[in-house]
Write a protein that binds this ligand. Structure first.
Ligand code: FDA
Ligand code: NAD
Length: 435
């Protein structure tokens, strides 16, 4: 007979948000058997950003249990034993294949029914695949995507097998830039291909991108812009051998890594809950349109108070904070209390080679660039401000110290007025530091 289980709280998804939600439940006191985390991954929640960075390094490699949540934000590391001690059921390698929000139950691939009082949807994103667009030959072996630890393990095996081989990176976003660097550090011959005129166009200005592209070129990475992969050749074993580009060029490849964007995993809940901007619509407590159902992390489209609009954010800082906010709200409502609505300052970052940047706020309006963005410099350090309606609304900094990063975060939060953009350019970081 099919198994049936009941939990007061169920978190579906076992990634970053799930881990931070569990810690928050732990802080508020959770009774044994009250909470279950259901994850299709085989390991306890971990800091996903490590997968495209130290997890792939040939030296100083990160491995579990080293980067379980919440070490990424300087917090306690929640090992599987932590969940067991708290009586939290960590149901791993368990995929939910059906959700009935009206009748409050989920069903796993193995047929177990999970009933709940309160559900937190934390299913995150999945990768967009080239096979989704029917790109010819895109199902060949050694074409990799990176979302989960299993994907990273497969990529590492290929890196070892194709030692000193040729890698083509398709996509010039976060995955493209971080993986391009990681594969280069692993001594592969790396070529990056992306359709836009510069990398990371959803955040970078042309000037910011020029620095990173120059730096990567100096490291020996070849960059091909303004075209896309339209097909792949493979050998008789089905292993990829070449990438065919729309502009007619053909690139030899032993390994291909594709990073052409993510898609929030909301399919289980389609038609059952209000959606907005590709995500599940929530209020400032991450409550959805269905009573007792919350959505956090990548899947949530929430009111971004600072800009008075609904946004979805696919970054780790928001995954952590939204999860904490939802659990605080759940606990407060049980006690008849209330908390402030979510008041988020967008924060994105990336690291590759010896580079490290942070961005806070909104990248809209005019921009000014300050500092030394020459990729040939021995210690490049530069930044940018975004100015809208006479106020600084966004700030970017490469190679900032912790204090300097705090200062640019403050600028983005406070949104100080500026009149003279030339003066702002000259002042540069001093403008933020003086605030
Ligand atoms: P997350 O993806 O972490 O977790 C979702 C979980 O749900 C997964 O365990 C998944 O298996 C599970 N799941 C999904 N469907 C399920 C189902 N039907 N049944 C059971 N389980 C299911 N951000 C940043 O700010 N800085 C950075 O450096 C990076 N770096 C980075 C690297 C890589 C490789 C990736 C893929 C992403 C990043 N990010 C990032 C983005 C960041 O990791 C991301 O925004 C958060 O992990 C989102 O947290 P969630 O909990 O929403 O999803
Ligand atoms: P992305 O949206 O950052 O970048 C996708 C890139 O692929 C864009 O430059 C896009 O124009 C390009 N592209 C689209 N179609 C293409 C095609 N056919 N051929 C070549 N290029 C194409 O997405 P991503 O880099 O795949 O990242 C996936 C997810 O992981 C996102 O949610 C991202 O936020 C997250 N992530 C974040 C970080 C970070 O914050 N440091 C690091 C890694 C991953």
């Amino acid at each position: 007979m099919a198994e049936e289980k009941f939990y007061k709280y169920v978190i579906v998804g076992g990634g970053v948000s799930a881990g931070y939600a569990a810690r928050e439940f732990g802080r508020h006191g959770v009774k044994p058997g009250e909470l279950a985390i259901i994850s299709k991954e085989a390991v306890a929640p971990y800091e996903r950003p490590a997968l495209s960075k130290a997890y792939l390094f040939p030296e100083g490699t990160a491995r579990l249990p080293g980067f379980h949540v919440c070490v990424g934000s300087g917090g306690e590391r929640l090992l599987p034993e932590w969940y067991a001690e708290k009586g939290i059921d960590l149901l791993l390698s368990t995929e939910i294949v059906k959700a009935d929000l009206a009748s409050k139950f989920l069903v796993s691939a193995a047929g177990t029914t999970f009933k709940y009082e309160v559900l937190i949807i934390a299913t995150g994103s999945t990768v967009i695949k080239l096979t989704d667009f029917g790109v010819q030959g895109a199902d060949a072996n050694n074409i990799f995507y990176l979302r989960e630890i299993d994907d990273a393990d497969k990529l590492i095996a290929a890196i070892k097998e194709k030692k000193d081989g040729k890698a083509v990176i398709v996509g010039g976003g976060y995955i493209g830039l971080e993986l391009g660097a990681a594969l280069k550090v692993n001594n592969l011959d790396v070529t990056m291909v992306y359709p836009e005129p510069w990398c990371m166009p959803r955040l970078f200005t042309a000037e910011i991108a020029a620095f990173y592209e120059g730096y990567y070129a100096n490291k020996g990475i070849k960059i091909i812009k303004g075209t896309v992969a339209v097909g792949f050749d493979s050998d008789t074993n089905g292993n990829v051998t070449a990438v065919k580009l729309k502009d007619g060029r053909v690139l030899d490849a032993d390994i291909v890594v594709v990073g052409v964007g993510g898609r929030p995993l909301t399919t289980l809940f389609k038609g059952q809950v209000e959606e907005e901007k590709n995500g599940i619509k929530t209020d400032g407590y991450f409550k959805t349109s269905v009573p007792g159902v919350y959505a956090v992390g990548d899947v949530a489209t929430f009111p971004l108070k600072l800009y008075n609009e609904l946004r979805r954010v696919e970054h780790v800082d928001h995954a952590r904070k939204s999860a904490e906010q939802a659990v605080k709200a759940i606990k407060a409502s049980e006690e008849g209390g209330s908390i402030e609505t979510y008041d988020y300052l967008p924060y994105f970052y990336s690291r590759s080679f010896n580079l490290s940047w942070q961005f806070y706020g909104d990248n809209v309006g005019d921009t000014v660039l300050f500092g030394d963005n020459n990729p040939e410099s021995s210690k490049p350090k530069f930044g940018a401000y975004w100015i809208k309606n006479g106020r600084v609304v966004g700030a970017f900094l490469e190679a900032g110290t912790p204090e300097e990063n705090k200062a640019i975060a403050k600028v983005a939060r406070v949104q100080p007025p500026v009149e003279d953009l030339e003066k702002l350019t000259k002042e540069g970081l001093a403008f933020a530091s003086a605030l």
